[in-house]
Design a protein around this ligand. Sequence first.
Ligand code: FE2
Ligand code: FE2
Length: 281
Amino acid sequence: MEKRALLEAFGDRISLPSLPEVVLRITAAIDDPAIGVAEMGRIASEDPAVTARVLRLANSGFYGLSEPVTSAERAVTVIGARALRNVAMQCSIVRHYEHLRAIPDFDLDELWRHLTLTAQLAQSIAVAAHPRTRLNADDLYACGLLHDVGKVVILDSRTDEYLECIRIARRTAAQLHDAERRVFGFSHVEVGAMLAVQWQLPEKVAQAIEFHHGPTHAIHEYPHVGVIALADQLAYRAGSETFDSAVLKLSHVAERCLGIGPQTFVALAERVRGADVEALG
Ligand SMILES: [Fe+2]
Ligand SMILES: [Fe+2]
């Protein structure tokens, strides 16, 4: 859908959270070659939640450092500017929507867990697909992190109607995005894509969010959309009885669209078989 048409469709019914100050500053720093990582580290160190998470990430097994990192500045040089932006987005979103925890019929932690797992998977799939696609793994992490964030945006603006959507989807065994479209005329994919545009993220991020539930040709045609669709499905199936059959089916897509061999894909999927990922907060 055209961006303008989308905005008109939302009208004043949905309010998108504005670009958080910390994300704005990091994005400006990424775009300005005169600003180095040390300055970005200083931006990170002004926010305790961002600092804590940046340190945790830099010291995680993913980077395999021999010496622990103790300053935000050093941590940012380890993880890089785009990963810092992801951390800042993650912290900002969690903070902004914390009040939704009070809604009894909505499991906020479950959504945060799904977003974290999808983001991690998207990053790993992007790395595996890199020889063919040259995708930036940090940008794909951002796609994973935001792909379903439209759900909380709509829930926050239209709480009762959104809870009804969830009930309709459960009752009729419909996909949630189909139920959303029936009730609102749009779904979390368009809302999430608009958020990515508003937050000045790369165009690919908005595209991947908009098409993660299809159409199929977009998933097959655009590698960044394919990565998110695969990561979303894997994250969704992790811990379920249908995991093995889903992995088998998805490995064909991974090979055809992203050039990832079946063995690599199965090994990657195996890491999340019974995944119990920490929640975003
Ligand atoms: Fe979704
Ligand atoms: Fe999802």
